[in-house]
Each structure stands twice: as C-alpha cells, then as structure tokens.
Design a binder for this molecule. Structure first.
Ligand code: SIN
Ligand code: MN
Length: 255
C-alpha cells in the first residue's frame, strides 16, 4: 500500500494523515472479538481507569494474541511507515488498544509521544509513528483524538510529567504552550467509520476528552520506530516499550 505524494505532503504539513476505511468491517469485527478476553485478564499490561475498574489501555497485545502478532506486520502499516520515515528497518515499539469505554472513559491530557519516548526510554530522535485503527465509529461525542495541526513543526515543546490526572503517567504539554499552538494551527478531531486509519508523528501535540456518550471509543495503536533510533534506556516494562528491535517483516495478508 503506497501513499500518494499529496498524502505525504499533507503529513509533512499537518503532522498527521487520515486514511478512511482502510480496514474492512469484517477485519474490525475480528479484532474487536478478541478484546473481551484480553480485557478480562488481570495483568500489568492492562491499565485501568483511575476512577473505575474499567480497562483504559491494554498493552503488549502482539505478545498476547496471534491476531495482533499478525496485525502489526500488515503492509497497510509497514509500507506507509517506511515511506514517511525513509527507513526500511522498523521495530514494533508498542502495541495497544485504548478503550475509552462508554460513560466512563477518561481523558488523555495534551501531550506528544516523543516526550515520553525520550524521557522514559532514551529514544534519540522524534522519528516514531503512531498508527491507529478506529475500532468503533469515531464521532464528536465519544472522545475522539484532537490534534493541533502543525504543532510538530517547531521541534519538541516544553513538557512536564503528570502522574495525577489519569491512571497512566504522561509527559504533558501545559496550557500556556497549547494555547498559542492552537491559536495558530486550530484543532482537528478526525472522525469516521470503524476501520479508518490515523497516522501521526512523535512531535504532534494531541489529546482527547472524556467519553460521556453511551458509545465506546476503542482504538488500536501501533507505535513503530526505526531500528536505528531504538530506545537506549530499558527503564519501562517491555509492554510499554518492546525490547525486541528485530525489523518488522511484512505479511502478505492479515486478519
Ligand atoms: C487516546 O486514546 O485518546 C490517546 C491516544 C494517544 O495519545 O496515542
Ligand atoms: Mn499519544
């Protein structure tokens, strides 16, 4: 699967790209069918919300279920990632589903992923890509991701570690930094049917609000990073940053 020049230019300009309905209804159904069993497991890979027992994010999925082991090798991820980064050797850094359950799913604060990758894992450069599949229809009601277009273009913004707002510690971007970036670039919340893919870079400022709707908002997320840019400190557990830097080999067909 090849991105067009227009898509590559849009990615460079905005810091993200939306690929509507790249995965089929049947493929999404096959992914979603695995989630109840995985979410029911009591294990360190399943982070629960601060104010309820509901799973917020389930990590390490490619090591816990064969379907996800295949999914991370899907050419619909690997080929665009190679085009964007110019690197053929990419490793699987993190594989998760963020659940954001109906009524109870809590916010993700303003942040960009490189702050965590750099501070926690010693990743040298902001080259990793975050590749999502919408596992439910994404609407304005169920807590979609919000991007600040162009917020990647000035380099890494100042951050601080927030360990109190949610159950997941995160290097976040303060309101004083968000305001001018949003005044300049605006805010965009990509919406669309299940199966839509989002690709965004390591410096793009993003967040998402709580899900007060009666509909769940599950996303699959693969973070993929050039092998040449691998983590240098092994501080976080493997499910948060995978320690196997073997280049991903593309599968012909997956789910
Ligand atoms: C979210 O699930 O809304 C945030 C995901 C992310 O920051 O990658
Ligand atoms: Mn993020």
């Amino acid at each position: 699967m090849k991105l067009t020049n227009d898509q590559l230019e849009a990615y460079e300009r905005d810091g993200f790209l939306v690929l509507p309905e790249l995965f089929s209804v049947d493929e999404v159904a096959a992914i979603n069918a695995r989630l109840p069993e995985l979410f029911a497991q009591r294990c360190p890979e399943n982070f629960r919300e601060r104010s309820s027992d509901v799973v917020r994010t389930a990590m390490g999925l490619h090591l816990r279920d064969d379907l996800f082991a295949d999914l991370v090798r899907d050419p619909r991820f690997v080929e665009p990632a190679t085009q964007i980064t110019g690197e053929t050797a990419m490793y699987v850094q993190q594989v998760k589903v963020n659940a954001k359950e109906a009524f109870t799913g809590e916010q993700w604060q303003w942040h960009y992923d490189f702050a965590t990758h750099h501070h926690e894992d010693g990743v040298p450069l902001p080259l990793a890509l975050n590749m999502h599949i919408f596992l439910d229809e994404m609407t304005e009601f169920n807590g979609p991701l919000i991007f600040i277009p162009g917020s990647h273009s000035d380099g890494p913004a100042p951050t601080s570690l927030d360990t109190v707002t949610t159950s997941y510690p995160l290097w976040t971007v303060g309101n004083d930094v968000v305001r001018p970036l949003a005044d300049r670039g605006g805010l965009v919340a990509p919406k669309g049917p299940a199966g839509t893919v989002l690709i965004f870079g390591d410096l793009l400022v993003h967040g998402s609000s709580a899900n007060m709707s009666p509909w769940s908002r599950r996303i699959f997320s693969l973070i993929i990073n050039p092998v040449s840019n691998h983590q240098t400190t092994m501080q976080r557990p493997d499910h948060q940053h995978h320690r196997d830097f073997t280049p991903v080999a593309t599968l012909a067909a997956t789910v």
